[in-house]
Design a protein around this ligand. Sequence first.
Ligand code: COA
Ligand code: ZN
Length: 299
Amino acid sequence: MTEQVTINDVGPRDGLQNQKKVLSPEQRVSLVHALLAASVKHIEIAAFVSPKAVPAMAGAAEIVAALEGESADLAVLIPNEKGYDLATAAGAQSVTTVLYGTDEMAQANVRMTMAEADAATVAILERARADGVECTATISVAFECPFAGPVDPEVIWDSAERFLALGVDRYVVADTIGAANPAQTRTLMETLVKRHGAERLACHFHDTRAMGLANVYAAASAGIRRFDASIGGLGGCPFAPGASGNVATEDVVMMLEQMGFQTGVDLPALMRASALAQELTGTAPGGRARAWLERNVAA
Ligand code: COA
Ligand code: ZN
């Protein structure tokens, strides 16, 4: 029996938030359409954050409205309850909140402590459950923080236990700055899978040290069956110095499919989405397998 892996493309959010060239909502919607055309069924389409803090994410409500009725899980990132108010008023059905592995990262990103960010997610989750809105919690800097250094795995164990018990639909372990190595990833994810099962767990890797795909492999070996990735390898956090792009969706799909997993994603159409990401931004590097994919997968 073929095992399924779920791909969540975070390119339109994580991928674009840090671009020098700010794309219009229409351009960002066109990228989401290209991903939908490649049968990517889970996409993070926008962020309801302060446009002063992240100008590239302005216009989130327009994006949600333009994509209303698409049969896919289209999530939006929110940093606080105000984000929840704006997102749900715009019609969002799925929200992603952010937890932090360190106080330093929480301060840099949202001017909160870890405890305040935890409390924001607890409050949002309660409202989301009452409203029938899906709620994913992503823990940022789960391995290493650009300000405070390595993160003790116990912090992540404790956070995952609390938020899974509270009923988040998904708990995503994020290597925000791309510092994890595959041995660490495997150990951490094996522990979490043993304690909680893999059903509601996912991973999010950046490719700063060229270990993005190796980390996906390590997490998959630990039983993880859902990954964030970013079309064309776009990405990076404006408030986490040194963070480079996410692991590229086309690389992740290629590797997992070649390993015998089923992602449901149409790779030739995904290459067209990657080409569009490059055309729109001028900076998307494409996957590490770009040259091979361009020769072997019809775009
Ligand atoms: N969406 C839009 N605007 C928001 C907002 C949200 N979710 N939350 C707060 N704001 C607005 C406030 O209304 C206020 O607007 P005003 O200046 O016109 O009055 C302004 O942002 C500042 O609000 P304040 O509560 O003082 O927050 P802050 O200045 O401490 O900033 C955040 C906190 C969370 C709003 C801001 O740091 C942020 O948006 N960060 C997101 C970072 C991010 O996206 N990182 C990458 C993804 S992980
Ligand atoms: Zn990220």
